[in-house]
Design a protein around this ligand. Structure first.
Ligand SMILES: [Fe+2]
Length: 250
């Protein structure tokens, strides 16, 4: 077990250094090297295939008695600002939150309270990643349990990477955060390398990037396909939805 853990850590560090080196090389030829470098690092680090396994070891989260108990969006932003100093990391979570909220309202006919659940899950799903990378997901889950937050929100966060946290997405909210998390950063990367960014960005251009193994190489296409297959929607539809709803988030 210990040897296995050390081996994974070694692979993680070796990959990270190799990738940083490659990005640094690549960055010299781009029009926005710093931003692009950061984004690629973000995507590589967020790629579930690149993370060590963080199995949570349980499937039950929160207290059913707290159903309907949410925090305000202002409170969630305060937590995010406190836990995630990196502005660009916060942007990823804000983008996932915006897309989750929009999907709840537009596709699930959610009422205000339900839409807030979707938005909170999106906003906080990676809140512990920057400060507690070795305990990613566990720390934010325990924090939300301490705050007596609705178990559905906590389960949604716990299931946003089933192959890594070992928690299966149960309902539509769980399945959509898995799909959006995989694709949101990828779509953003595809936009950032264009001179006009999101303006004129088409689904086919993102699909082309997905088919190119060299672009954001560590983003697991397998996980994307797995996530999409669990929804009742096409990859094209979800990419279009992400483009439309995260382009103005800042
Ligand atoms: Fe994420």
């Amino acid at each position: 077990m210990i040897i296995n853990d050390i081996f994974h850590r070694f692979i993680f560090i070796a990959n990270y250094q190799a990738i940083c080196y490659r990005i640094s090389d690549f960055g010299k030829q781009t029009f926005l090297p710093g931003e692009l470098q950061f984004l690629l690092i973000l995507i590589l680090l967020y790629s579930k295939s690149f993370l060590m396994s963080h199995k949570l070891g349980r499937n039950s989260f929160g207290d059913p008695a707290n159903a309907g108990n949410l925090m305000s969006i202002e409170e969630a932003h305060a937590l995010l600002n406190d836990w995630v100093p990196n502005e660009r990391l916060r942007l990823h979570m804000k983008q996932v939150a915006a897309v989750m909220k929009a999907w709840a309202i537009e596709r699930e006919n959610a009422d205000e309270q339900t839409a807030l659940k979707w938005e909170l899950a999106g906003l906080l799903h990676d809140a512990d990643w920057e400060k507690y990378p070795d305990d990613h997901c566990r720390i934010i889950i325990e924090e939300l349990e301490k705050r007596n937050i609705d178990p559905n929100v906590i389960h949604c966060i716990a299931s946003h990477g089933p192959n890594y946290f070992g928690v299966e997405p149960n309902n539509t909210m769980d399945k959509m955060i898995y799909a959006f998390d995989e694709l949101s950063g990828f779509v953003h990367a595809a936009a950032l390398i264009r001179p006009t960014r999101y303006e004129g960005l088409e689904v086919k251009s993102v699909l082309k990037r997905l088919k190119s193994p060299a672009f954001a190489a560590q983003v697991s296409r397998e996980d994307i396909n797995d996530a999409i297959s669990r929804t009742n929607n096409s990859l094209e539809e979800i990419i279009q939805f992400i483009i439309d709803h995260q382009k103005d988030v800042n």
